[in-house]
Design a protein around this ligand. Sequence first.
Ligand code: AMP
Ligand code: MG
Length: 332
Amino acid sequence: MTERFKASPSVPTKRLSPEEGVERAAELLLTGRLVAFPTETVYGLGGDATNGEAVAAVYAVKGRPAFNPLISHIANVAVARRLGRFGRMAEALAEAFWPGPLTLVLEQAPGCPVSALATAGLTSIALRVPAHPVALDLLREVGRPVVAPSANRSGGVSPTTAEHVLSDLGGRIAAVLDGGRTVVGVESTVVACLAEVPRLLRPGGITRAAIERVLGMALAEAPDGEPNAPQAPGMLASHYAPRARLRMDAREVDPGEAVLLFGRERPAGLERASTVLNLSESGDLIEAAANLFAHLRRLDATGAAAIAVAPVPEEDLGEAINDRLRRAAAPR
Ligand code: AMP
Ligand code: MG
């Protein structure tokens, strides 16, 4: 893996004060480094949402075994409109609750610069303007959307102080902006505005009643048993799924197949492939994760009936990559 993002502690993590550190924190984010910062709920692990390798590093540092779509944080609704398509309902909700603990899931705007890894390959995007003054200062300074899941190792407790962040992620991230203790709150409420009737995907800090009052109608429920399932219109599956059949651990290529390689190994019969892309020629799992969804989409768009995927090692981010590939390969 890239030296910068090795899962083992290596970099000294800087502790920055909000008075002097915001500019430095923004510079770090703009060069692809990770910076934790306070939001009104917990400390978030920030990475540039438009930089696939930074987003991959967020997953690597958290040690998540799967890629879930992440929320892109922005400083105001004007920036948000360049990323997502705001209909009347979304405008009303943003007007009423931003900045604050409400996340809106919208169709991506044309040319949305957010990495496909941040949206887990979906055509929708989750957006939020957080209310914490330090978070807002930072987002204004960065001028780009920032993903920020809770700044802890996967399965750990959500951090409410800079000390918590350092004890969990110290040595793995470039810096933490120390804004003191965050008000321990609940997660943001997630509402999808993808259909006529907005849908509650996850209950949280803003109540259903408050949202329904603004909308003047009842929210639709999340599908049974999958309260957190990502939704996109016209998609049966709750995750990205290519149209082409997907074959994992391919050691041989059938005529006409599109091929997704990893590293320098070449499956037999590669000359029979219709199209070939490599997740990472050098075998870097961070780079591979950053390319995963974009490469799958490109291969699928060629119209090939099948995509043969070379073996990806089941280590570090390889676990999450293989998890997504297995879901994409599952019969539908
Ligand atoms: P967290 O960042 O941990 O607060 O969680 C992000 C939440 O937003 C999860 O519940 C995700 O499932 C949800 N989410 C993010 N992006 C999307 C999306 N495109 N569609 C549906 N849900 C999303
Ligand atoms: Mg968490």
